[in-house]
Ligand binder design. Structure first.
Ligand SMILES: NC(=O)c1ccc[n+]([C@@H]2O[C@H](COP(=O)([O-])OP(=O)(O)OC[C@H]3O[C@@H](n4cnc5c(N)ncnc54)[C@H](O)[C@@H]3O)[C@@H](O)[C@H]2O)c1
Length: 383
């Protein structure tokens, strides 16, 4: 009986942003062991990372293709890889591990084009491996509670969605020359590295997935207006959306909203009630049933649903946040791979992590928003 998994990382050197959050999330339940990596194209930084994590120097690789091939050839090779590098490498890196039959957990946005995304799905199926796209907010406990309440029909049929993801960190880029632009994560503003979108690709896609996860609804079409403020990629986007069930909504995604740090807010309106979740206050859910005062649901209390109970880690009142959201995704991911390794059948309930289909929907969404904006916010059909 296999009880623990070995994994490797692509990206996530010691100076990277989200790589460390992956390592912490993966380690929460004590079932993973980091044994290999290609953490940086910079030789020194790659080596230092390997030393820091006390890896066998033979398993610190200069390229992810070499890592995929050599790990696949080892008897004790990695069971899965976490890909946490800038967007332009996602497709090639994921492909390298898929063809070597290694399970892949990849950062969002999945890749640059819908064709690439669909090819990755085909490769995952052909090679019988699992694929997770890290839409991390769907790992949040109270997002799971929102999903369960909506699935149970507690707010009736979803008729309207109002969601936003507002940041301010690029406001100083407005009207600036390249030399004066904010340096933080400057690759996000480079079309060669980030892809066709900065703001929608980086954070708008989180809105799209968090709403899809909570409601179970698929987007049918979008009408978007992206603002570039003289920069090569968008810094702000206002998007009208229509879902397959006929419901409509508005998504606002921005990196130029003064006073907002990481303001993902999702409001779902149904025929019988409404739900609101605020990422910066993630342990509560505001729930209003028609004709009643708004109720505050607290994470960890006895009245929350099954999935929220199952993914609860701390007693109520002890805040859980981004690390726990990552940990919940890793828990489901690791348990699913363990089941496969132990020849146990996977059920739908085992697959509570964002799949390759979520990644494909994300790429479709980004592509449609950019296309719509070029056509002065014409409706563009996604599905
Ligand atoms: N899910 C989330 O909440 C979330 C949050 C932040 C970032 N992200 C995504 O994670 C990815 C990484 O973002 P970040 O902010 O950590 O970027 P970053 O620039 O901070 O880190 C990128 C890392 O990749 C390494 N790298 C670059 N090219 C490489 C290569 N060819 N081989 C090996 N390593 C290489 C860099 O050395 C660095 O360690 C992006 O796709 C981003 O969209 C997701």
């Amino acid at each position: 009986m296999v009880k623990k998994l070995n994994y490797g990382m692509v990206g996530g050197s010691l100076s990277a942003f989200i790589g460390a959050v992956h390592r912490i999330g993966a380690s929460f339940d004590g079932k993973t062991h980091l044994v290999a990596g290609c953490f940086s194209p910079n030789e020194k930084s790659n080596r230092e990372c390997g030393e820091y994590f006390e890896l066998d120097p033979e398993r610190v690789y200069a390229s992810y293709t070499e890592m995929a091939e050599k790990e696949a050839a080892r008897e004790d090779g990695i069971d899965f890889v976490t890909i946490s590098i800038p967007n332009n490498h996602h497709y090639e890196a994921a492909k390298a591990f898929l063809v070597n039959k290694i399970h892949v957990l990849c950062e969002k946005p999945l890749c640059f084009t819908v064709g690439e995304a669909e090819e990755l799905k085909k490769l995952a199926e052909e090679n019988h491996v699992l694929f997770c796209v890290n839409y991390s907010y769907s790992g949040t406990n109270m997002v799971k509670e929102a999903r369960e309440l909506i699935q149970k029909g507690m707010i009736g049929e979803v008729i309207n969605v109002n969601a936003e993801y507002l940041q301010e960190y690029l406001v100083d880029d407005i009207g600036q020359s390249e030399e004066k632009m904010v340096k933080l994560s400057s690759w996000r503003k480079d079309p060669e590295v980030a892809g066709i979108s900065n703001c929608v690709g980086d954070i708008g896609t989180h809105i799209e997935h968090t709403v899809a996860y909570m409601t179970g609804l698929k987007l049918k079409r979008v009408a978007a207006k992206l603002d570039y403020f003289g920069q090569p990629l968008d810094l702000n986007a206002n998007i009208l959306v229509e879902f397959e069930n006929g419901a409509h909504g508005v998504f606002c995604s921005s990196q130029v909203c003064v006073g907002h740090m990481n303001g993902l807010v999702v409001r779902i309106f149904g025929t019988e009630g409404a739900i609101e979740w605020v990422q910066e206050n993630p342990n509560i859910l505001s729930v209003t049933f028609k004709g009643q005062p708004t109720q505050i649901y607290n994470r960890g209390m006895g009245y929350v649903g099954t999935r929220s109970q199952e993914t609860n880690r701390l007693p109520s009142g002890h805040p859980e946040g981004v690390y726990e959201a990552f940990a919940n995704i890793y828990r489901a991911w690791v348990e699913a791979i363990l089941k496969l390794k132990n020849n146990e059948a996977l059920t739908e309930a085992d697959m509570d992590f964002p799949s390759i289909d979520a990644g494909i929907e994300g790429v479709k969404f980004i592509t449609a928003c950019v296309e719509s904006s070029k056509l002065d916010a014409q409706w563009i059909t996604i599905n």
